[in-house]
Design a binder for this molecule. Structure first.
Ligand SMILES: [Ca+2]
Ligand SMILES: [Ca+2]
Ligand SMILES: [Ca+2]
Ligand SMILES: [Ca+2]
Length: 117
């Protein structure tokens, strides 16, 4: 479990930087980063498949934002429960976002919030 927390922490470190770097790294200007575009970001390259929540082969801003929200995951189970949530807007819509009604939000459920805008 310790290792998992560490991985997420490292991931978030990288994604925080990336949020401002997306435009620069996005060479073809489609608003997403594919594997060749993240080559400059070693950590991101390594964890590409974890961040790519919808497995479409690219990382978009919603996926990066979702991982930022997951930073609040204190117990390291890769989901956010009501006690852990820090994001005010998501906290308000917690029950609506928890589509499988298991009482926690996973990366996909958080991403749905950002995709809707
Ligand atoms: Ca791109
Ligand atoms: Ca994706
Ligand atoms: Ca958790
Ligand atoms: Ca859920």
């Amino acid at each position: 479990m310790k290792k998992k927390i560490l991985t997420i922490a490292m991931l978030l470190c990288t994604t925080t930087v990336l949020a401002t770097e997306v435009k620069k790294a996005d060479k073809d200007g489609d608003g997403t980063l594919d594997k060749s575009e993240v080559k400059a970001f070693k950590m991101l390259s390594k964890h590409f498949d974890i961040i790519d929540t919808d497995k479409d082969g690219t990382i978009d801003q919603a996926e990066i934002n979702a991982h930022k929200v997951l930073m609040a995951d204190k117990d390291g189970d890769s989901t956010i429960d009501k006690k852990e949530i820090k994001h005010k807007e998501i906290a308000k819509k917690f029950d609506a976002l928890d589509t499988d009604k298991d009482g926690t939000l996973d990366a996909k459920e958080i991403m749905a919030f950002f995709k809707k805008g």
